[in-house]
Design a protein around this ligand. Structure first.
Ligand code: 1GP
Length: 230
């Protein structure tokens, strides 16, 4: 059966650079979330990625790698998410790192397990924002990026990335209205079920990251969005 994330409503994002105990990892993996995304911005190393995926693979939850470094790709994952940073000011993050990866690895790549995401980084204080030299987009910019993700690049996912900061629900609503086929992923600053519910009203999938490490009990509650119908 082909791997798909299209039905995912909720994902936890684990950072290979952060410590998590076996007990907490079990709670995350057995929480009922649709999947685990392994991803981070800096100091993502192959040993860190391999260690984390091997621990997650003890559970039945799907596990995908959001690739941030070409040197830290392990074959253990169910699928791979490849970001294309639409609001980066450097072509490198939109096109060149992906181009280099394809040049080196295209014969090993299974395209059935590889999904490109149009990334729009919205938090100026996020590491990813600085690292990929992003420019803060206006509302109109974001809507045009979403339009391009769907109609120009035909990307399966558009990721509105507020990493570390709770975003603007009105903008999430506007972006969701702009998209048809392309699914909207929202991530950033979700710490409570109420926040998860709010963003889930508009985003196809929400991603919870930092809260795993700051308040796991609350973070686990966010999975309850899957029991609600909106
Ligand atoms: C980060 O979008 C994810 O890439 C989740 O953001 O860590 O702020 O929850 P937080």
């Amino acid at each position: 059966m082909l791997f798909s994330m299209d039905h995912w409503r909720h994902a936890f994002k684990l950072d290979p650079n952060k410590e998590i105990s076996d007990k907490d990892l079990e709670s995350v993996c057995e929480s009922g979330t649709d999947g685990i995304i392994v991803g981070g911005t800096d100091d993502v190393t192959l040993p860190g990625v391999v260690d984390l995926v091997s621990r997650v693979k003890k559970y039945s939850v799907p596990c995908v790698l959001e690739v941030s470094s070409i040197d830290a790709i392990s074959p253990e994952f169910d699928a791979y998410l490849i970001p294309m940073v639409l609001n980066s000011q450097d072509k490198q993050w939109m096109m060149d790192v992906q181009h280099e990866a394809i040049k080196q690895y295209k014969h090993f790549m299974s395209w059935k397990e590889m999904f490109f995401e149009g990334y729009c980084v919205m938090n100026e204080d996020a590491k990813a924002f600085t690292y990929t030299n992003c420019k803060l987009p206006t509302r109109e910019d974001v809507l045009a990026y979403a339009y391009m993700a769907e109609h120009v690049f035909h990307l399966p996912y558009f990721y509105l990335e507020y990493s570390g900061m709770y975003g603007d629900p009105d903008l999430v609503y506007d972006v969701s209205s702009e998209l048809g086929q392309t699914k909207l992923i929202y991530g950033g600053g979700i710490h409570t079920l109420a926040e998860a519910k709010e963003m889930s009203m508009y985003a196809d999938m929400i991603v919870v990251g930092n809260a795993i490490y700051t308040n796991l009990t609350e973070a686990l509650q966010t999975v309850r969005i899957k029991q609600q119908s909106f």
